[in-house]
Design a protein around this ligand. Structure first.
Ligand SMILES: *[C@@H]1O[C@H](CO)[C@@H](O)[C@H](O)[C@H]1NC(C)=O
Ligand SMILES: *[C@@H]1O[C@H](CO)[C@@H](O)[C@H](O)[C@H]1NC(C)=O
Length: 417
């Protein structure tokens, strides 16, 4: 056995290179610059067509426009990305890396409580190097430790890449480096809320002064680049449901599920059920577990909302704080943009709409809003745009405040004890 280690940037570089490699040969005319949304849970690449003014999001070889930000290594060193990596995740949890973006460009103290919790939480091995940078250690069967350098031949060699608003200089830099490692030149790094506003053309709309971008992705909640809860995201909703399912299984079978593959299956089925619940009121979770065999559970939207009630209510806090920081009242806000897959959860839309008494912009899949905007920006830079605008950045407050739900606060206290 040999082991190979990868820092977050290298994982994301493999993801990007794999994504592009799947689609070698893009529809003509070949774009000069592409927009990239390198997300915590999903990633997308888009191109802007100067003639039609439309954005095409490049699907992967399975036709999906959002590619899971997951990279897996087979024992022989073969790299799988996206859906293919997810498909084999249950069988290969220790070599399947996800959430790499949470670690990119950051350093940790070895005794940092968050880091220790992450080390426990993820099925793969995370370590720290001498300078406190996290890296992932992957065990391979091959004796050959050298990683073959892949040359990605691609029509896309220049990109605009988006990063979360709260990313600091170093995190932006390392995100850029990930793209460079994948063979791309980074023309600009823009913040995700800015990209989302660009996607809706809000930079061209007259009378728009205040835009609030509520971004509830897989792992984070960001509001308008000004305040957020960087630990509340779609994954938290799933965790709640997971705990509930495990409790139900305990009641039924008198057993606690601890097997990693079983837990992984539960996790994936919950994610699918959550997505179904955005369009239908009930979703079936059908499991086939090593520990207890087959078992099904019908999850209703109502129950999903009950299980997540306090988390859903917590969404208002960063919105309030973002407005306070910007000296705005809810009625001052001209436009609301929702970003991130979790904003498709009907209760999230309801809460935001009720708060502002105004419905959010719609029409663009919130999961694709950021990549669409990054592509528009790429079109601007590439000159394929009738140059009405230059780059736009929403004002970003340096100060970043964190909001925690009661439960998160309690976990913090537990850690301190
Ligand atoms: C690595 O293993 C996979 C699955 O067992 C196989 O499909 C693939 O061809 C192998 N690749 C190499 C380079 O041996
Ligand atoms: C990252 O920072 C280094 C050193 O300041 C710089 O040389 C490099 O161009 C930066 N890379 C990106 C992609 O921003």
């Amino acid at each position: 056995m040999s082991s190979t280690s990868y820092i977050g940037g290298a994982i994301l570089a493999l993801l990007l290179a794999g994504y592009i490699a799947q689609r070698y040969g893009l529809p003509p005319p070949a774009p000069k610059i592409a927009g990239v949304d390198l997300g915590t849970t999903y990633s997308s690449i888009g191109i802007y067509h100067a003639v039609t003014g439309e954005t095409t999001i490049i699907p992967d070889d399975l036709g999906k426009k959002s590619v899971p930000s997951v990279v897996a290594f087979l024992p022989n060193g073969t790299v799988l990305i996206g859906t293919r990596a997810v498909e084999q995740q249950e069988k290969n949890p220790r070599r399947t890396i996800y959430d790499a973006k949470r670690f990119i460009g950051r350093t940790f103290e070895a005794n940092n409580a968050d880091f220790l919790a992450d080390q426990k939480r993820y099925p793969f091995v995370i370590k720290l190097d001498d300078s406190g940078r996290a890296y992932f250690m992957v065990l391979l069967d091959t004796g050959d430790k050298r990683r073959r350098k892949k040359h990605v031949k691609s029509a896309l060699n220049q990109v605009v890449i988006s990063v979360p608003a709260e990313f600091g200089e170093k995190q932006r830099n390392f995100t850029g480096k990930a793209a460079e490692l994948a063979g791309m030149e980074v023309r600009r790094v823009i913040s995700e809320p800015t990209a989302a506003a660009l996607a809706y053309g809000l930079h061209k709309k007259t009378g728009v002064e205040s835009v609030v971008v509520v971004d509830l992705g897989g792992g984070t909640l960001d509001v308008s680049a000004m305040a957020g809860n960087n630990r509340l995201g779609g994954q938290d909703f799933n965790d709640r449901v997971q705990r509930h399912i495990i409790k139900k299984l305990e009641e039924k079978f008198g057993k606690t599920i601890t097997d990693k593959e079983d837990l992984q299956q539960i996790r994936m089925d919950i994610e699918k059920a959550k997505i179904r619940l955005t369009s239908v009121p009930k979703a079936m979770i059908s499991l086939k577990l090593k520990a207890v065999g087959e078992w099904s559970y019908e999850l209703t939207r109502e129950e999903f909302e009950q299980l997540n009630d306090d988390l859903l209510r917590a969404i208002e806090k960063p919105i309030e704080a973002a407005l306070a920081d910007a000296n705005l009242k809810p009625e001052d806000v001209d436009e609301i943009v929702l970003v991130g897959g979790s904003t498709q959860v009907p209760a999230v839309r309801k809460i935001v709409g009720r708060y502002f008494r105004k419905s959010p912009n719609f029409g663009i899949d919130p999961e694709l809003a950021v990549v669409t905007g990054a592509s528009v920006q790429a079109g601007v830079i590439g000159g394929g745009w009738p140059l009405q605008v230059a780059a736009m950045e929403l004002p970003t407050k340096k100060r970043k405040r964190h909001f925690f739900t009661e439960e998160q606060k309690k976990n913090e206290q537990d850690k301190e004890i």
